[in-house]
Design a protein around this ligand. Structure first.
Ligand SMILES: CC(C)(COP(=O)(O)OP(=O)(O)OC[C@H]1O[C@@H](n2cnc3c(N)ncnc32)[C@H](O)[C@@H]1OP(=O)(O)O)[C@@H](O)C(=O)NCCC(=O)NCCS
Length: 220
């Protein structure tokens, strides 16, 4: 199966809300999503789509991320360019990031429960990190439920460390939020971490795509 990232559009909101309903106890309204999507100075929202065949490249080129262009690379390597639309490819994950001064705050990230464990969350997080570079953020931060050890493992893998708690942050059950931060994402050490993780993820996604997609028959 092929997984690929695109900017979220207003047409995607209903599909995103279906995944949200299966992932979180409370949901954002369509109005909230629209407001976030229109706030392009400080917000970026992405979706991951899936396709059983190599999906088409976007008709309109996306802005090239300033560093290191991972998504463009992965797209170019896995997906030959065509002029077809991608909107028939279902959305299986989404996420967003919001710039506050120098920090990129990951506001949300979720994967359709049927497609968890295949690297989709990691692909999304990489997309959000590229968005943070594009917004010229210096650090990444987020809040996560103290009980959500699956998400915390993903964040720790990408250099996030606990930096405090917000007491009873989640109103549905009064659970505390763990605040997590990265070091500076423009530091050479973070670039090196990211480069290695992206190399591994790229290999994993390419292997998965090759495993499930039948190779074309060779001519007689
Ligand atoms: C958190 C979430 C986005 C991860 O997405 P995913 O596609 O399943 O994750 P991936 O397959 O990309 O895995 C990436 C990393 O996450 C962690 N992880 C994923 N599934 C895990 C599991 N079942 N147990 C422990 N760690 C796990 C691991 O660190 C994994 O890296 P590894 O493969 O090297 O071990 C997904 O579980 C989700 O949507 N959860 C519900 C919404 C949510 O909690 N969002 C976070 C809000 S702060």
């Amino acid at each position: 199966m092929y997984y690929f990232i695109e900017p979220m559009s207003e047409d995607d909101i209903a599909e995103v809300q279906e995944i949200e309903a299966q992932s979180f106890p409370s949901s954002w309204s369509a109005t909230t999503y629209k407001r976030e999507l229109r706030n392009t100075a400080t917000s970026r929202y992405l979706v991951v789509r899936m396709s059983s065949t190599p999906p088409p490249a976007q008709i309109e080129p996306t802005p090239t991320p300033r560093w290191p262009g991972f998504l463009n690379h992965i797209r170019a390597a896995l997906f030959p360019p065509t002029s077809e639309s991608t909107h028939s490819c279902p959305i299986i994950g989404y996420g967003g990031v919001w710039l506050t001064v120098d920090d990129a705050h990951i506001t949300t990230i979720a994967v359709d429960p049927r497609f968890r464990g295949y690297g989709v969350g990691e692909l999304l997080l990489n997309g959000l990190i590229d968005a943070a570079y594009d917004l010229e953020a210096k650090m990444l931060t987020l809040e996560v439920r103290v009980s959500n050890t699956v998400a915390q493992r993903l964040y720790v893998k990408y250099g996030f460390q606990p930096g405090g708690t917000r007491r009873r942050y989640y109103t549905d059950n009064g659970e505390d939020a763990l605040i997590m931060w990265t070091e500076r994402i423009d530091a050479p050490e973070y670039h090196a971490l990211l480069a290695e993780l992206r190399r591994q993820l790229y290999t994993r996604l390419q292997r998965q795509a090759e495993e499930i997609t039948p190779a074309p028959e060779s001519p007689e």
